[in-house]
Design a protein around this ligand. Sequence first.
Ligand code: NCD
Length: 313
Amino acid sequence: MTFAHAHLLGIEPLAPADITAILDLAESYVVLNRSEAKHGDALRGLTQINMFFEESTRTQASFELAGKRLGADVMSMAMQASSLKKGETLIDTALTLNAMHPDLLVVRHPQSGAVELLAQKVRCAVLNAGDGRHEHPTQALLDALTIRRAKGRLHRLSIAICGDIAHSRVARSNILLLGKMENRVRLIGPPTLMPAGISEFGVEVFDDMRAGLEGVDVVMMLRLQKERMDGGFIPSEREYYHRYGLDAEKLAVAKPDAIVMHPGPMNRGVEIDGEIADDINRSVIRDQVEMGVAVRMAAMDLLAQGLRARREA
Ligand code: NCD
């Protein structure tokens, strides 16, 4: 299995074959993770540092577990509480890191492009765990694996991404990935939460849930990212739920076997009805979390293989 990229900064630079390579390897890690002794050695001897400059629960835990299961020495640095507050620049942080000789660096940062900047300055493989509104590649990959397992394929599906598209790096990475794999992507949300120029991405845009969800195979809900809004995007949460919240009535126009997804964390009663989120016949939200660990193991494994090959050359 060959993976020619030194970093995983986004879906944008990946070819369909790269995406398939990650998902296929992740399948074997799903099996490993369901077994009793959940240990591989693909990252043995390597040091993985997680730097989260922005809050995270599941993504950070998932990367930590993924590294540990493959035998890496894993360290997570709580960056909000550390040097950033004391005024250290990202470049200084990178130089400090180089001195610690990490092999894998997992970074989440509130600014779009910050992770790529860091990748240019450090001597290790960098994985983007979410940068601003830009990309969140491992989320799109875990979503893809979840869809592929639930639907038996990852092409020619009709997929609706709904809600706060404008602030969502999850939406951006998913639009890119699902487009590369030749699916039909529909975006549904209020015009105030739709980024300008979005139709150039080859997607169909709707501002009405019933029209947009008609006949889709997959319904992907997004969190209303209140922390990225400075007011005026929605009239009220109640009104938002009424028009854009996923409930049984709106879901009824999708295909009868349509699956429901959400990257978490969920605002129950704002973008999604709690009962639908918990409905084991429709919701694959728990599967997404499970696939997250496997996909991150696969991505770090492939990057480490490349790292070792380059070091030996
Ligand atoms: C997403 C994120 O941080 O971009 N969450 C996640 O990674 N599970 C989506 C979100 O915060 O709404």
